[in-house]
Structure formats: C-alpha cells, structure tokens
Design a protein around this ligand. Structure first.
Ligand SMILES: Cc1ncc(COP(=O)(O)O)c(C=O)c1O
Length: 391
C-alpha cells in the first residue's frame, strides 16, 4: 500500500464487519479470506474522520435537518464529476439504494406487474421484485468469449411488449460484469423504455468507480428521459461509507417526485442520519484525491488478478473491468464438473459472491471477487485459486 499515500489498509476482523465477521453465518466456516461483500478494506478519507470527529466532539445529537451545505456539495459533485446539473428540489432521501428500489417498485407498479432486469445482476434487484410480489422478467446480457457483456435490446423490447413490463432496473456501472455503459447503449435502452412506457430506476451507486479509459454517463444526461427516470446514488461505495445509510434519489419529474413523496410520507421515512450527511459532505468536498488513489489501487489489483490467473489458471476468463471494484471471473474451464461453492470455500478457503446468486445456475461456475482491498490480499486470492490445480 506504500504507493498510495492517502490510503490506509485496515484489518477489519472483530469490528462487526459483515465481510470479515459474518463468515460463519454465510459460509459455515471462519477460516476463509473474504472477497465478497462490496465494501472496502480501506479507511475512509481523512477529511471524513475530521468532520465526524468535530461533530462527535460537539456531543449533541439532537434532531437534525438536512444541511444546505450537504446538498450543495452533492450538486457540485454531480456537476463536476458527472456533468449532471441537479436542481436541489429534485433530491430526495432514502436509507440506502436498495430500500429506494423497494419503495419505487411499490410506488410505480401493482402486485404481479412485470419488472425487468438484465442478469447477471446485483441480486437484491431480483429479491426486491420477488419480495414486493411483482413478476420478474429477465432479459440476460449477452457475453462474448472475452467475458465482455452487452445488452440484447431486441429481445428486451420484445419481452417488454410480451410481458407488459412496467419498470426496468438498470445497473450502471453494471455489478457484477463491470461494464460502464456507453452513451449510445444507454440511449438505445432508454429509447426502448420511453417508447413502451416503461419506467426506469438507474442504480448508479458505483458511478465514481470508473477505471482508466472509461467514462461514466449518468443515464439522466443521455437524453430527455426525465418522465420515466429516477436516478439512485450515494457516496457509500465511492468513499466506503455504507454504514452511514444515506442514499440520494434524483427525481426531476414533478409527477414522479410527488409519488415518491407520497410514498415516503406513508412510511414516515423522510430524512436520514446526521452522521451520514456530515460524512458525505466532507467526502464530496475533500475526497477527490483519495478517490483517484482508490481507483488506481483497484485497477492495480485488477491487473494483479488478471496476470496471476493468466499464469495459474490460463483458461479462467476475467471480464474487462470498466467500472466498480468487483471482478467477474468465469471458472467454467476448471469447475464445470465440480461443485463451485464447495471448491472455492473448502479447497481455496475463499469467501466470494457466487455466480449463481446473480442469475441462476447459468453462472454456477462464476465468482465475483472484491478488489477493494490490499494488493497482498489479491495475491493471496490468486494463490488460493491456484489450489484448483491440485484437484
Ligand atoms: C448495484 C448496487 N446497488 C446498491 C447497492 C447497495 O446499496 P445500499 O447499501 O445503499 O442499499 C450495492 C452494493 O453492493 C450495489 O452493488
């Protein structure tokens, strides 16, 4: 980690970390190197600690209204980094991107209505559709031999019409396949949605974690889609602040915003934790250099993984990492005759997100590896995957 002056690796064992301390519960054993849950083994930017310390030292935690300075910092961030000019009146709160997805499904669709996604995709999308008793419509992404994924928009439009899809959940950048959607891809997708009357949730929580040579396009800036689109984002992935539990919904359309407000009034959840606002504002204002280093670290770790696997498991296919800090690895060449979960857990002693979680048994020989950790841990991951060769 010496090459990254602003990044500090953290041993997170015994700190109530889901990633490090819930291994027994999730995987049935504790001796695993964790590379699953999407948070970082790196301290948040120093400016976050300073802002929270000042707030903690004040030692009064009474009722708290959302500071204008927080809203300004978020607007500035979105303008500078994403070229998206947001009116402060469009911003709404949710305790997380996932809760907002649950709320929006319920506010824009009825029980049994069709809600679409493109697998393999972050599995809480499917859970949200099922948990709200909607009908899941999956239009899988298409993969080439290099593990590069694209959308099949012809099939998507056909399915939208056949199943009368009311809402689509977009993952941009796409977890777990690492795609940063190009502007034309987004436009083509959103055009299909607009002409078929399909609402879109754009989950852009990974929008700042973009690898060299790629550019994130906020869906809302790809064209005039305000009447169908709600953007969800947060500072939680960008700056490792997930436990602050604050997410932002950006809703430029008056009618959609009125629905969102009615929804949050009904469940009486309209503002978040003061700690989240303090942390996010500090990060937006002072975290840019930290983020640049974090991206370099992640990209370096991705290269360690790719090079290492090329040597040890040359037929593994690592999808090109354009965005996110999650590597998607196809181990079919080695594990198609084996139980992937048992092999990765009991032979490699790794805790990863298993491909099957993201889209049924089609991905049963895939794993998702979290790269937001130390280069040493990534080397360890490669060394442990090498044990597949002993089978
Ligand atoms: C695509 C995506 N959306 C949402 C989340 C989680 O969002 P939150 O913690 O704000 O609910 C994650 C976390 O991994 C994610 O990858």
């Amino acid at each position: 980690m010496e090459r990254y002056s602003l990044l500090k690796y953290k041993d997170r064992r015994n700190t109530n970390s889901v990633k490090w301390d819930d291994l027994e519960e999730k995987f049935g054993r504790t001796d695993l190197l964790p590379a699953w849950v999407a948070d970082m083994d790196i301290e948040a930017p120093e400016c976050v600690r300073e802002a929270l310390t000042e707030y903690v030292n004040y030692n009064v935690y009474g009722y708290y209204s959302i500071p204008e300075s927080f809203t300004d910092s978020f607007i500035q961030w979105m303008k500078e980094r994403h070229g998206y000019e947001i009116n402060p009146l469009w911003i709404r709160y949710s305790p997380g991107v996932v809760p907002a997805i649950y709320w929006i499904i319920q506010m824009l669709t009825e029980i049994e209505d069709s809600v679409a996604l493109m697998s393999p995709v972050y599995y809480p999308f499917a859970n949200a559709i099922r948990d709200t008793s909607r009908t899941l419509v999956d239009v899988p992404l298409v993969k080439d031999e290099n593990g590069y994924y694209t959308m099949d928009l012809e099939s998507f439009e056909a399915m939208v019409q056949k199943k009368d899809v009311k809402l689509f959940i977009l993952c941009s950048p796409h977890n777990p396949v690492g795609r940063v959607w190009r502007e034309e891809e987004l436009r083509d997708l959103l055009d299909v949605c607009r002409r078929n009357g399909v609402y879109v949730i754009a989950d852009e929580i990974h929008h700042d974690l973009i690898m060299p040579g790629h550019r994130q396009i906020t869906a809302a800036t790809a064209g005039d889609y305000d009447s169908i689109l709600i953007t969800l984002t947060s500072a939680s992935k960008t700056f490792n602040l997930a436990s602050c539990q604050n997410a932002m919904a950006i809703i430029p359309n008056d009618a959609l915003r009125a629905k969102y407000d009615a929804m949050t009034r009904r469940i009486k959840t309209q503002s978040g934790s003061s700690f989240g606002y303090v942390a996010y504002e500090a990060a937006f204002r002072g975290g840019k250099e930290w983020l640049e280093q974090a991206i370099r670290l992640i990209y370096g770790n991705y290269q360690i993984l790719v090079k290492g696997l090329k040597q040890k498991l040359p037929e593994a296919v690592v999808s090109p990492l354009e965005g996110t800090y999650l590597a998607w690895v196809d181990l079919s060449a080695y594990l198609s005759e084996r139980d992937t979960e048992r092999t990765i857990r009991d032979v490699c002693n790794l805790a990863v997100d298993f491909g099957e979680w993201f889209g049924r048994n089609k991905y049963e020989n895939f794993i998702r590896v979290n790269l937001a950790t130390s280069p040493d841990n990534v080397r360890q991951i490669v060394a442990r995957l090498d044990r597949i060769n002993t089978l």
